[in-house]
Design a protein around this ligand. Structure first.
Ligand code: GTP
Length: 607
């Protein structure tokens, strides 16, 4: 395929709008995957379907979310002798996985922006569109789930909102149902007609520059790198060099994702045994150590050195937590699992740490709490690792009187009241949150944000809607901007927002500068002994309530002993809460530590 017959595009949307489902339909319509044969045991009305083919991780299928951006190549035949090579990138919808989104857009010239017909524009529709436009991508708007809204007006309202947002005529917005396949052909046509092809090859003999934007580990072949070919060509047998490490490798195999790995190195047509400029494909080069695979690395031919391509900045972690093996002897195994898993998820930072209570473990940094949760689940699903995760902490900055500054990612390192005398300022990271919801929920949302120490910044009506409409989805909708401390949204904020708005509010955020804050360290003592793994950093206004909650929860989690156990929550010497566990009457032998840890995990105490 010459570049003018190639299209590289992403599918962008707020979470759950149907991106993965649309990808499945496009893969089926282009014959890349077979449509499954109907199961005779199913009702005749239930059509057999491929479901979320690109969501390959168990956690993605279970939770119905996309975590890793996956690519797939397909051939779309528009008419006889009119075929195109489409490189589709399925992108994650959740804010925690935005680094995956940025990475996946590097190889695209355009994007399909999906909006759920029943929901209209949501918080993340706005942020992904900003990202796509700032990269100069051509955006095709589509309203999905048309089967759900039929003629009730919600679909047309969403079309109007989206065309206003994109500044185009409503007739240019595609109306589709990814689930049934209705209208999906028009998406394929629009991709070919509206999204520009990758830039043409300027001259013969152009040298290779390939950008590695994903990689995974295969136990037989080692690292498989996914690259977008920005210049030149890549063939099996070439010798390539990494601009990051300077190491050279022989290319042992090359291929495309269709959506599984498909080698093209032995294709019948010699002209097709190549990854050309504009294509997205994978190569294997005998790289056995995952540490040598860098995302954003540029490869060139060893004989023709080229400067690296400009790439992306890695995101800074925003949430840290300690991760410990449940089995005290399992440190080595856990270390290996974390090393493998971080190869496919480079946004996690890893440092060793130890706790007197939990033993040897790691302090990991994540983009957010969902990201952390998904990582923990992947450790369990893919590596059979049972772990304890300590309560998450955002990176806190301490500025000392002597002018030095320290960023703290572990609550145990936060100064106690005595240590705070040497400190001039404690600062915490803030966010600028966007919440989109029907205006009838504004009051409840304002109260929720205020309870989380939020300050309103602005309020804009997105659509005029109809105040008299019986359907909430047709009521006027507002986009609210709040300044909030990052720490206040990392645990239950999102689920509370969903429940107070009956699921109608959507939420997204971006980083904002640090602000001065009155934070303190709360210690947990069990029978007078400080448990380092359980201490937390809390805002002074909330410390009393947090202390009482923690002491009460721990009383439930710690098993009874032969002696009385006293649980205390304290800031310095100031005891905030106290609970007592009565001793056993009869002697009973217990493996204290093991049972204690297992119970903590069972009750999710640390998270
Ligand atoms: P993330 O990967 O988490 O961002 O979600 P996604 O945007 O990929 O959404 P996904 O394809 O997983 O779809 C979310 C839900 O919407 C699933 O239950 C789909 O079956 C459903 N869905 C998707 N498209 C349609 C549609 O056209 N009609 C209806 N009725 N349901 C749909």
């Amino acid at each position: 395929f010459p570049p003018e017959r190639i299209r590289n595009f992403g599918v962008l949307a707020h979470i759950d709008s149907g991106k993965s489902t649309l990808s499945d339909r496009m893969l089926e319509m282009t014959g890349t995957i077979r449509k499954p044969v109907a199961d005779p045991n199913r009702l005749a009305t239930e059509e057999a379907k491929n479901e979320q083919v690109l969501d390959t991780l168990k956690v993605e299928r279970e939770r119905g979310i996309t975590v890793r951006a996956q690519s797939a190549t397909m051939i779309y035949t528009k008419a006889a002798n009119d075929s195109y090579l489409l490189n589709l990138v399925d992108t994650p919808g959740h804010v925690d996985f935005s680094s995956e989104l940025l990475r996946s857009l590097l190889s695209c010239q355009g994007a399909v922006l999906l909006v759920d017909a029943g929901q209209g524009i949501q918080a993340q529709t706005l942020s992904v569109l900003d990202e796509a436009l700032s990269r100069g991508l051509t955006v095709v708007g589509a309203v999905n789930k048309w089967d759900l809204v039929k003629d009730d007006g919600r679909g047309e309202a969403a079309v109007q909102e989206l065309s206003d947002l994109l500044g185009c005529d409503p007739s240019e917005i595609l109306r589709i149902s990814a689930k049934t396949g209705w209208g999906v052909e028009s998406v394929l046509e629009a991709i070919v007609e509206r999204i520009p092809p990758p830039p043409p090859i300027p001259s013969e003999g152009e040298n290779l520059r390939a950008l590695a934007f994903d990689s995974w580990y295969d136990s037989f072949r080692g690292v498989v790198s996914l690259v977008s070919i920005h210049e030149g060509e890549l063939r099996k047998g070439d010798s390539i060099t990494s601009t990051t490490t300077g190491k050279s490798y022989p290319v042992l195999d090359i291929g495309i994702l269709s959506p599984g790995e498909l080698s093209i190195a032995t294709h019948l047509d010699p002209d097709s045994r190549v990854l050309r400029k504009g294509m997205v494909g994978w190569f294997v080069c005998g790289m056995k150590d995952p540490k040598e695979a860098f995302l954003g690395d540029t490869f060139h031919l060893t004989t023709a050195p080229m400067p690296p391509l400009e790439t992306f900045k890695p995101l800074k972690p925003m949430v840290y937590a300690g991760i410990y093996p449940l089995d005290p002897g399992g440190f080595g195994k856990l270390e290996d699992a974390i090393r493998r898993l971080t190869l496919t998820d480079r946004s996690v930072t890893v440092n060793r740490e130890s706790s007197s209570f939990l033993g040897q473990g790691f302090r990991l940094g994540f983009n957010g709490s969902l990201h952390m949760d998904v990582f923990r689940q992947r450790l369990e699903d893919e590596f059979d690792e049972e772990v304890i995760v300590t309560r998450p902490l955002v990176p806190v900055k301490i500025i000392y009187k002597d002018g030095t500054e320290k960023t703290i990612d572990n609550p145990a390192d936060f100064p106690d009241p005595g240590g705070l005398l040497k400190v001039t300022q404690v600062m915490e990271p803030m966010i600028r949150a966007t919440i989109v919801a029907p205006d009838e929920y504004m009051g409840a949302i304002m109260s929720l944000c205020t309870a989380h120490r939020g300050i309103p910044i602005s309020q804009t009506y997105l659509s005029t809607g109809s105040t008299s409409s019986a359907s909430t989805a047709l009521k006027p909708r507002v986009s609210l901007i709040f300044s909030l401390p990052l720490s206040s949204i990392i645990t239950t904020f999102h689920s509370n927002l969903k429940s107070i708005s009956s699921g109608f509010a959507s939420f997204d955020y971006e980083e904002a500068p640090y602000e001065v804050s009155d934070l303190v360290r709360m210690n947990i003592l069990v029978s007078g002994q400080k448990i380092d793994a359980l201490c937390t950093v809390v805002h002074r206004s909330q410390v009393q309530k947090e202390g009482r909650d923690w002491a009460a929860r721990l009383r439930e989690a710690i098993p009874r002993q032969q002696h009385e156990v006293v649980i205390q929550a304290a800031v310095g010497t100031n005891i905030l809460a106290r609970e007592r566990i009565a001793p056993f009457r009869k002697m009973k032998l217990l493996s204290k530590q093991k049972v204690g840890k297992a119970r903590l995990k069972e009750r999710n105490m640390c998270v």
